[in-house]
Design a binder for this molecule. Structure first.
Ligand SMILES: [Zn+2]
Length: 456
C-alpha cells in the first residue's frame, strides 16, 4: 500500500516543478488579451498527456478557448473514469494585494502561491501525475478519459455543445472532479451536494418621471419604498420564503442525514469573528447555520438601486427602483419552475400604485451524489486509505452547473473529490495550494481507480 506514497515522495520535486511551469502561463479566460496564453496552457497540457502515453490526445477548438481531451483505453470490458477539470484561471486583480506576482509561483510555508495553484491547475495536474503513478505500478485498473476545458471561469459556455456532440467519445461509468475543497488536512471530506440557482432582476415603476418629494410626497407611492416592502414580504417572521409553491418540491433531509451532517466540525464563534458579526441570521428558524447555507433554499437581494445616491441631499421621489435577487435551490427544486413561481408571486403582491416586471437571468439545477453509490464509496475508501480517516460527506451552498449538465447529457454521476481548503484563497489575491494537499491528491487518486475497478 505504500508503493504509491513512495513513488510520490521520490518524485516530489519534479511534480512541483512541472506544476509551477504550468502555473507560469497566465491562462486568464475572461481577458481576450490572454487568448494566446490560454492556448499555450492547453498545448502544455497536451504535451504532458502525450508524454504520459495516453492512447489518444486531442485539442478541440471551440468558438472560445480549446478543450483538451485525452484517453487511455486498456480494455473495453473495464469501467471508464472520466476526469473533468479546467486549465483556465480567474483574473488576478486586484494586483496590489498579491504578496508575490500571480504568475511567478513561489513556495512559502509549504504552499505554492500562484493564480490557479488550487483552482484548478494544481488539482487537475494531480490526476495527470496519478496516471503516471499507476503506469509505474503496471496496467491501469480502469480506462481513463480526460476532458479539461479552458472556459470554466467564464461559465463553461461551449462545454454543453461539446459534450452533446461527443457523447459517444465521452461514454464512461463515472465522472471524477477535483475542483472543490475538503474540511481540513486532518479532516478529509467529499462534497455530495451542491445547490442550484434561480436569478432574477425585478423593476418597480411608479410615476412617469422623478418627482419633487415635497410637492408629491404623501400622494404618490414611492417605488423604492414599495420595492423594499415587497422584498421584505418575501420572507415571514420565521425566515420562511413566502413565494407560493416555493417549498413544494424541496426534499427535507432525514434526521439521520442531519445527524451525519452535524459531525462536521464547525466553530460558531470563529465563524462569527471571521465575518465581524455578532449573530448569524438570514435563514429559516429551526436550522443550524451550516444547514441554512447548504441543505435549505435561500432568497437574497444581490443588489438594489433607485433614486438619488450622489453626494449631499436631493429631494426626489424616484420614478423607478430595481433589484437583483438570487435564490439558491436544493433538490428537487427546478430552477425554471421557481423562476416562474417567483414571477407570478411578485406580480401578485404588487400594489396598484406601481407596475412591476421580472426578468430571469441564468439558473441551474441542484446536484446530489448518493453516499451509497459506487463512485462515492470508491472515493471514500481511497481517502480512508491515504488519510487514515473516513471522509465526511459535505453539502455545499454553491453551485457547479456542469454536474447537472453531465447528469443530463451523459447520464453520469459526478464524484467531487477535492483536495483544496477553503483558506486557499481561490479567486482572491494570494491563491495558494498546500504541497501536502497536492501530493496527497496524487497519492489518493490511484486508489480511487483501483477501488472503482473492484466495485464493477
Ligand atoms: Zn475551479
Amino acid at each position: 500500500m505504500t508503493a504509491t506514497r513512495d513513488f510520490v515522495q521520490a518524485n516530489r520535486d519534479r511534480f512541483l516543478e512541472e506544476l509551477i511551469a504550468w502555473l507560469r502561463i497566465p491562462s486568464i479566460s475572461a481577458d481576450s488579451a490572454y487568448k494566446g496564453d490560454v492556448v499555450k496552457a492547453a498545448d502544455w497540457l497536451v504535451e504532458k498527456m502525450e508524454a504520459l502515453g495516453m492512447s489518444r490526445v486531442e485539442k478541440y477548438a471551440t468558438p472560445g478557448h480549446p478543450i483538451v481531451y485525452a484517453e487511455k483505453i486498456i480494455d473495453d470490458t473495464r469501467p471508464t473514469i472520466l476526469v473533468y477539470g479546467h486549465y483556465d484561471v480567474q483574473p488576478p486583480d486586484p494586483m496590489n494585494l498579491w504578496n508575490s506576482p500571480p504568475f511567478e509561483p513561489v513556495i512559502k510555508d509549504e504552499k505554492i502561491y500562484a493564480r490557479g495553484a488550487c483552482d484548478d491547475k494544481g488539482q487537475v495536474y494531480m490526476h495527470v501525475k496519478a496516471i503516471e503513478a499507476l503506469n509505474e505500478e503496471g496496467e491501469l485498473p480502469c480506462n481513463v478519459k480526460f476532458i479539461i476545458e479552458g472556459e470554466e471561469e467564464v461559465g463553461s459556455v461551449n462545454l454543453e455543445s461539446f459534450i452533446k456532440s461527443y457523447k459517444d467519445m465521452l461514454a464512461a461509468d463515472i465522472i471524477l472532479v477535483s475542483d472543490t475543497s475538503m474540511i481540513a488536512n486532518d479532516t478529509p471530506s467529499i462534497t455530495v451536494a451542491l445547490r442550484g440557482m434561480s436569478y432574477v432582476e425585478v423593476e418597480v415603476v411608479g410615476p412617469n418621471r422623478d418627482l419633487h418629494s415635497g410637492v408629491y410626497g404623501g400622494a404618490i407611492a414611492n417605488p423604492v419604498n414599495v420595492l423594499c416592502e415587497m422584498i421584505a414580504s418575501l420572507k415571514d417572521a420565521t425566515g420562511r420564503i413566502t413565494v407560493d409553491g416555493f417549498y413544494d418540491k424541496v426534499i427535507d433531509l432525514s434526521a439521520e442525514d442531519r445527524a451525519e451532517m452535524a459531525k462536521q466540525p464547525f466553530d460558531l464563534s470563529a465563524y462569527k469573528a471571521e465575518l465581524g458579526i455578532a449573530a448569524t441570521g438570514g435563514g429559516e428558524d429551526g436550522y443550524t447555520p451550516l444547514e441554512r447555507s447548504s441543505i435549505r433554499p435561500t432568497l437574497d437581494v444581490n443588489g438594489i438601486w433607485g433614486g438619488y445616491i450622489g453626494e449631499g441631499a436631493k429631494t426626489v421621489l424616484p420614478s423607478k427602483a430595481a433589484a437583483k435577487i438570487s435564490m439558491r435551490l436544493v433538490p428537487d427544486q427546478d430552477p425554471d419552475e421557481i423562476t416562474a413561481l417567483f414571477k407570478a408571486h411578485f406580480e401578485k403582491i404588487a400594489p396598484d400604485t406601481v407596475k412591476v416586471s421580472v426578468h430571469p437571468h441564468h439558473g441551474g439545477k441542484a446536484a446530489m451524489v448518493s453516499t451509497r453509490s459506487a463512485g462515492y464509496q470508491a472515493a471514500a475508501r481511497a481517502m480512508e486509505t491515504t488519510f487514515g480517516k473516513t471522509p465526511i460527506p459535505t453539502r455545499e451552498g454553491g453551485s457547479i452547473p456542469i454536474v447537472a449538465l453531465f447528469k443530463e447529457v451523459l447520464g453520469l454521476e459526478t464524484v467531487l473529490m477535492g483536495f483544496g481548503l477553503h483558506s486557499d484563497a481561490i479567486h482572491s489575491p494570494n491563491e495558494h495550494y498546500g504541497i501536502f494537499n497536492y501530493l496527497k491528491g496524487i497519492e489518493t487518486i490511484p486508489y480511487f481507480h483501483k477501488y472503482f475497478a473492484e466495485s464493477k
